[in-house]
Design a protein. Structure first.
Length: 476
């Protein structure tokens, strides 16, 4: 145990030294100009292009198997494309904002809001989309003129090694450093006095991170998870809904915080949805061992998902594997796409975030039942209403609060560069993406410029008749 304690003290000292290096650089150069910020973004984009294949291979090695196409689609492309969006918008975002002045009291004065860098931002990255959830935030952190330290997940060892070894050729340590998780590093990292801390992960860990950051009064952005539901209405084409929901649900084998956790369907439509799923899924993944289908990240997650399926089955639920052949393979940690019917209300699948390739279907007779059920639990990171009726969609948006919404599809609100991304309640707090991302990592600093001659000289003590007349006029 003394060796462990000594190692932790050493790691904490290394982290503190890294932060001190970046803070000193920030103080020496506190306001990077537009040209420098653009160069940083272009360098980040060049890194992605230069290491595209290596990043795909490292992530696949961490998973056991992760489709290169999925990594390119869900991680590399959004990061590259997002940088292009920010490069187009950045000059406008950096422009000081004019704000109105009360001319009656402050004639000749000016008000401005100046977006200025916060300083050094800490980023704690999960394992499920480790390139997207590190480099997309870095896009907004660099756009806002900051420096960054990024801690990777213990399940991203191959990727972390690649980033630690290759990124210094693109950014010096006083601008950007990546940190591996070697045991206990996450808590030490979250205790550092950053100027802002971004955490993406589970609610349980998010609470611990927020408590640690509170010691330094460090502001935090928390991107958590929850049970994001799809709500299919009777007027929407069922096959189209199935095609879209199934694509999102089994992307990355369901290991997405904004995946469809479960789907609500009119009771009369459940059987037809299952038949659509039985036909659709084998055309996408003909076998469990196809390289297009992703493994579960580790043994603990694999066993947790099998346990949840077993519990539902033992309690009377119908468990349906959607691929021919075995339902799972321990050697590759792959679990076939599943649908579950009739799961008990208090079973694991309906009470905890699934984060795997299992889709419970829930029937309803009235939409009010769906609304009441969702509102009876923690607020989800997203909801996915499927309806062609605008009033129905707006009713669901108005009555069911969530972090975000995709209408007539799922997940893809996260891929919109000009929309903020974030949770609400137990699914998180704060935003990034879009101008909101720039604002999250900026200090929107209010500046008042007094006129050459100030009328407030009339209100200085000792107060007399003139001050009384002025104040009577102002408060009449």
């Amino acid at each position: 145990m003394p060796d462990v304690a000594n190692n932790m003290e050493l790691k904490h000292a290394e982290l503190a030294a890294a932060l001190a290096l970046q803070r000193a650089a920030c103080l020496a150069h506190p306001a990077p100009p537009l040209a420098e910020r653009k160069r940083d973004l272009q360098t980040l984009q060049r890194y992605l292009r230069d290491h595209k294949l290596a990043l795909c291979e490292a992530i696949s090695a961490d998973y056991g198997n992760r489709s290169h196409h999925e990594t390119l689609l869900a991680e590399i492309f959004p990061a590259i494309d997002g940088i292009d969006h920010v490069l187009k918008k950045l000059k406008k975002w950096m422009t000081p904002q004019r704000r109105s002045v009360d001319w009656r009291n402050f004639p000749g004065a000016r008000n401005r809001v100046l977006p200025q860098p916060l300083g050094v931002v800490g980023v704690i990255v999960p394992w499920n989309f480790p390139v997207n959830l590190s480099l997309v935030p870095l896009t907004y952190i660099f756009a806002a003129g900051n420096r960054a330290m990024v801690k990777m997940s213990e399940n991203s060892r191959h990727l972390a090694r690649l980033l630690i070894e290759t990124m210094p050729a693109y950014f010096p340590p006083e601008k950007l450093q990546f940190v591996d998780e070697t045991g206990g590093v996450g808590m030490a990292f979250s205790q550092l006095p950053f100027d802002h801390l971004l955490f993406t992960g589970s609610g349980q860990t998010g609470r611990a991170v927020m408590a640690a950051a509170a010691r330094n009064l460090c502001p935090v952005t928390l991107e958590l998870g929850g049970k994001a539901p799809a709500i299919v209405c009777a007027d929407f084409d069922l096959r189209t809904a199935a095609e879209r929901i199934l694509f999102v649900k089994y992307l990355n084998a369901g290991q997405i915080c904004t995946s469809v956790d479960h789907a609500w369907l009119p009771e009369a439509s459940i059987a037809a949805f299952v038949e659509h799923a039985r036909r659709i899924m084998p055309t996408r993944y003909p076998r469990l061992d196809t390289p297009d289908y992703t493994s579960i990240i580790d043994e603990a997650a694999f066993e947790r998902l099998l346990q949840a399926l077993d519990e539902a089955r033992e309690r009377g639920a119908q468990v349906i594997s959607l691929l021919p052949g075995p339902a799972y393979d321990r050697a590759t940690r792959k679990i076939a796409p599943h649908i579950v019917l009739g799961a008990p209300e208090d079973c694991l699948l309906l009470t905890r975030e699934i984060f795997g390739p299992i889709l419970p279907l829930r029937g309803y007779a009235k939409l009010e039942t769906v609304v009441a059920s969702i509102n009876g639990g923690p607020r989800p990171l997203a909801i996915y209403p499927f309806s062609n009726d605008k009033q129905t969609v707006q009713m669901l948006i108005d009555t069911v609060m969530s972090g975000g919404v995709s209408v007539n599809d799922a997940l893809f609100h996260v891929g919109q560069h000009d929309l903020p991304f974030g949770g609400v309640g137990e699914s998180g707090m704060g935003h990034y993406h879009g101008v909101e991302g720039f604002h999250t990592f900026s200090k929107l600093r209010p500046v008042f410029y007094q006129a050459r001659h100030s009328p407030l000289t009339l209100l200085r003590p000792p107060y007399g008749k003139l001050a009384s007349r002025v104040l009577n006029f102002l408060t009449r």
